[in-house]
Design a binder for this molecule. Structure first.
Ligand SMILES: O=C(O)[C@H](O)COP(=O)(O)O
Length: 248
């Protein structure tokens, strides 16, 4: 059985500004670029050499993979890109400030929209500045699959077909697979791997730029629940920071 490496993109410009991002295609901040480089160095120093790479269709994940692989002298690896690894679509919250949203709607509603399993934010209007309707990269997506908002359950439903069809066969063949994606598409995958309950998943947060390694049994259950971060101390602090986003 192969090894699975999960890597959330480095800090994005909107992460730094505290805005809900979702499918809006913002770039990495300078800090995020440094995090991506560090992520590649951690892989190199741990002697983990992916055979294949999978990313979303969003710049922050694509560039994180490119920068990390370049740092590990692995820029030549084959890459597959898919909307199914995109960040969760944040609906009408895309572009909104997290702290202001928390202030305006209160802690409970903020957490329901941010971390509940099955309650999506309000849908985004097709003519909204931050809508992706009409974006060329989704031209081949059947209209009924183009989201206007998503809850985490929606992300699980659209991510798992790619996990089974594209990633599982590579792992079964003994390959090491790097998935460079987003906080919530990775939360969806970790929920599946570690069989985390629909309520308990609200407490899981993924840090930016720190590789999370899963050694898997033949039945795809993790040898260690939760996997192992290549820099556990940095991950612990970064997870706390993600959890507290939106707090003054
Ligand atoms: O899309 C976003 O805003 C972030 O990348 C993920 O945000 P969250 O951690 O608030 O879900």
């Amino acid at each position: 059985m192969g090894k699975l490496v999960l890597l959330r993109h480095g800090e994005s410009v909107w992460n730094a500004e505290g805005l809900f991002t979702g499918w809006v295609d913002v770039d990495l901040s300078a800090t995020g670029e440094a995090e991506a480089r560090k992520g590649g160095e951690l892989l190199r120093d741990a002697g983990i050499r992916p055979d294949t790479v999978h990313t979303s269709l969003l710049r922050r994940a694509i560039r994180t993979a490119n920068i990390a692989l370049d740092a590990a002298d692995l820029h030549w690896l084959p890459v597959q890109r898919t909307w199914r690894l995109n960040e969760r679509h944040y609906g009408a919250l895309q572009g909104k400030n997290k702290a202001q949203t928390r202030e305006e709607y209160g802690e409970e509603q903020f957490m329901v929209w941010r971390r509940s399993y099955d309650t999506p934010p309000p849908p985004i209007a097709d003519d909204d500045t931050y809508s992706q309707v009409g974006d060329a990269r989704y031209a081949d997506l059947p209209p009924e699959l183009m989201p206007r908002t998503e809850c985490l359950a929606d992300v699980v439903d659209r991510m798992l077909p790619y996990w089974y069809d594209a990633i599982v066969p590579e792992l079964s063949a003994g390959r090491t697979v790097l998935v460079a994606a987003h906080g919530n598409s990775l939360r969806a995958l970790v929920k599946h791997l570690d069989k985390i309950g629909d309520d308990a998943i609200s407490g899981l947060n993924i840090p930016t730029g720190i590789p999370l390694v899963y050694e898997l049994n033949d039945d795809f259950t993790p040898r260690k629940t939760g996997g192992e971060y290549l820099d556990p101390e940095a991950a612990k602090a970064a997870i706390e920071a993600v959890k507290n986003q939106g707090k003054k």
